[in-house]
Structures are given as structure tokens and as C-alpha cells.
Design a protein. Structure first.
Length: 63
């Protein structure tokens, strides 16, 4: 909803089976076991709090 409200493009990837889920966790690292996980330019920023921090940082860089 945050991305939509800011008219930012995004791709939602649904993970439907156990093998996909385990491969995703492998990509994220051993400490990540919850969803959603958000990536910006293939860099993991984390969940909602990480997205909010990344958007705040990007906003301050454009001013």
C-alpha cells in the first residue's frame, strides 16, 4: 500500500511452495524467516520498517 500510495512501481513475487520458500530464505540469509521481505535494486532492505527507512533516505537524498 505504501508503494502504491507513492505511485512507485514494484513487483510482487508470491512464493507458493516449500522449495521456493527455502530458496528465498537462502537468498536472504539465515536470520530472515518472515515475510514480506523487500528488495530495492536487488538489495534487501527488510520488511515494512526497512522499506520506510529506505524511502525516507531516498527522499532526503533527492532534496
Amino acid at each position: 500500500m505504501i508503494l502504491k500510495s507513492k505511485s512507485l512501481a514494484y513487483e510482487e513475487i508470491k512464493i507458493d511452495d516449500e522449495a521456493e520458500r527455502m530458496a528465498f530464505y537462502e537468498k536472504c540469509g539465515p536470520s530472515v524467516r518472515q515475510m514480506p521481505q523487500i528488495f530495492i535494486n536487488d538489495q534487501r532492505v527488510g520488511g515494512l520498517a526497512g522499506l520506510q527507512a529506505a524511502l525516507a533516505q531516498l527522499g532526503s537524498q533527492s532534496q
